[in-house]
Write a protein that binds this ligand. Structure first.
Ligand code: CA
Length: 581
């Protein structure tokens, strides 16, 4: 009898263990923006609002915020840490530079497991060895790697459940964005727009990694669906061959989907921004070059494009429109807001793609005088487009001074939206560049720019500015300037707060209505990642990853020289109030 009991108990133990860890379901993910106990997705909900209903940390109490624990990513190599942690079942999952991921005990900060992806020597990330976060589904945590693979790990053990090669890193493909789950489909993009790759969005079964559909984002390419046996079935051409691209240029057309996407259960659509058309020299590719520098809305189950809006037709400045499309309610309708790298903030009907409004969110824009709300097209200023090298000495076209710089009025750092204030909180940068075009031909794995450039500051006292923007009026309600360019993301809470980090190392909390600084903490290295918040056992926590790096030190020209005193790092910090309220 005793022996039988033992066997029974031994049989039950694993079941009891499993019962503690709830599998992440599609229903949980669709309600993730309201789930205060977990952070189930990038964007704190797939809509990407980065708004929390938690109020324990608020404008009155935030001054008492102190560290609860900190965790180091270790390793000899550090570099940029752009990751947003995700949290479920008492565990934090945080990715780090060089395609690493850690599972951490949420209460203690103790390491549970780590996975270090073995990277080949020849990876070609354009903009540092970053990763922006993981996705959760079932009992898996899934992330993309710098050699363009997707890896799914068991949340409890860190063991590989499946691994899939997305594309050829030697051709310039890489992955840095957090995957998106929409309607139970794992949806990812690709990076590599500087190498003449072909941008695309893909849907997979998140539990197996099996490919369901692919949708290229360069007009002229065929999409595919895949049956149960993995057999490819044509899923329709994206647009029409040679309609917006001349000759063979579309075959290496860029439009990378490197920032990943958002998904709004209210519209049933997934939204992906697309990067620059390749090469940068626009004189080589007359036409609009669809769907580069655009926002596209897709059906998550089929990969069909439901609408597309192009922010910068025939982009000449590397104005990747990869920025996030964040859906919100305004005047009883569902819209999306997008702070584009080109300097304009777009308000677009989230169901139809109809442009409602577009206005500048930085003070100096040289490439266009505005956006025509009737046609949806920019009013280009022709004289400010870098010149055609074939009209001069054949080696270099005329140089223009352009603002924003190619690193953008906003880059990868995600903005936040507060339904409480009705404001977007946008991490903006004001800088310009000298840019010129050069001849270029495509070579697999080679940089495919056909342009040269030097980034320069526009102002003596600041480059970064966190801006509160009213999507109804297009007005900047307040701003909080920063010496270095802002490169971390933003979070806002029902406690009336906006949290954001700076390259100088601070995590800051400011009043969501006034921008008044209420609290800051020096994390020990630059913050280029977005904060998150959750509650556990009646206590509200805030976390942010610290570790200076990303595109600015690599590409920032004269600005890079101004920030070269900043030290690298790699850690996650967690905060709570010193005294329980
Ligand atoms: Ca680009």
């Amino acid at each position: 009898m005793r022996k039988r009991m033992t066997i029974l108990l031994a049989g039950l133990a694993p079941l009891a263990f499993l019962a503690q860890a709830a599998d992440i379901t599609n229903a949980m993910l669709e309600n993730a923006s309201k789930d205060t106990k977990n952070v189930l997705s990038f964007g704190m909900g797939s809509q990407g609002q980065r708004f929390s209903t938690l109020t324990q940390i608020n404008t009155k109490t935030v001054g008492q915020l102190v560290p609860a624990w900190s965790f180091s990513f270790g390793g000899e190599k550090q570099r940029g840490q752009e990751s947003q942690p995700v949290i479920a079942n008492g565990k934090m999952f945080v990715t780090a530079s060089y395609s690493r991921i850690f599972a951490i005990d949420l209460k203690t900060g103790n390491k549970l497991w780590k996975y270090e992806h073995r990277l080949p020597e020849a990876i070609m990330p354009c903009c540092d060895v970053v990763n922006r976060g993981a996705a959760l589904y079932g009992n898996l945590v899934i992330f993309g790697t710098l050699d363009a693979q997707l890896v799914a790990l068991d949340q409890n053990t860190g063991k590989i459940a499946w691994k899939e090669k997305v594309d050829d890193y030697a051709a310039g493909y890489s992955m840095t964005a957090a995957p998106l789950i929409a309607k139970g489909v794992l949806i990812t993009g690709v990076s590599g727009g500087e190498f003449g790759i072909v941008g695309r969005v893909e849907g997979r079964n998140p539990l197996t990694g099996d490919l369901l559909w692919t949708r290229p984002t360069v007009e002229g390419h065929m999409g595919y669906r895949y049956d149960k046996d993995g057999k490819a079935i044509e899923n329709g051409i994206t647009g029409t061959v040679n309609k917006s691209w001349p000759g063979e240029l579309w075959k290496t057309g860029g439009a990378s989907t490197w920032m990943g996407g958002t998904y709004d259960p209210a519209t049933g659509l997934a939204y992906f921004g697309t990067g620059n058309p390749a090469p940068w020299n626009s004189h080589l590719r007359p036409g609009d070059n669809l769907y580069s520098s655009s926002t596209i809305a897709l059906d998550p189950e089929t990969g069909q494009i439901k609408w597309a809006y192009q922010n910068t037709p025939n982009d000449s400045w590397d104005f990747d429109g990869a920025n996030e499309f964040v859906t919100f309610d305004m005047n009883g309708k569902r819209y999306g807001g997008k702070a584009d790298r080109n300097g304009f903030f777009y308000v677009i009907d989230a169901k139809t793609g109809h442009l409602q409004n577009a206005f500048p969110f930085v003070r100096k824009i040289t490439w266009a005088s505005g956006i025509d709300l009737k046609t949806g097209r920019p009013n280009f200023i022709a004289a400010n487009r870098p010149g055609d090298p074939t009209t001069g000495d054949g080696k270099k076209g005329s140089t223009v001074f352009s603002a924003p710089a190619f690193l953008g009025a906003k880059n990868q750092m995600p903005m936040a939206y507060s339904p409480q204030t009705g404001l977007f909180y946008v991490p903006a940068n004001e800088w310009g560049m000298e840019i010129w075009n050069e001849p270029i031909t495509y070579k697999k794995g080679g940089a495919y720019l056909g342009a040269g450039f030097t980034i320069k500051p526009l102002n003596e006292d600041y480059i970064g500015a966190l801006r509160a923007i009213d999507p109804k009026t297009g007005k900047i309600v307040w701003e909080d300037k920063n010496t270095a360019p802002l490169w971390g993301g933003v979070m806002t809470t029902a406690g009336g707060l906006v949290f954001y980090g700076t390259p100088e190392g601070y995590l800051k909390a400011v009043d969501a209505r006034s921008g008044k600084e209420l609290w800051k903490f020096q994390t020990g290295s630059g913050v280029v990642a977005p904060p998150v918040t959750w509650e556990d056992g009646g206590t509200q926590y805030v976390a942010v990853v610290s570790g200076w790096g990303g595109a600015v030190p690599l590409w920032g020209g004269e600005v890079a020289k101004k920030v070269n005193f900043l030290e690298q790092g790699g850690s996650v910090w967690v905060f709570k109030l010193a005294t329980k309220i």
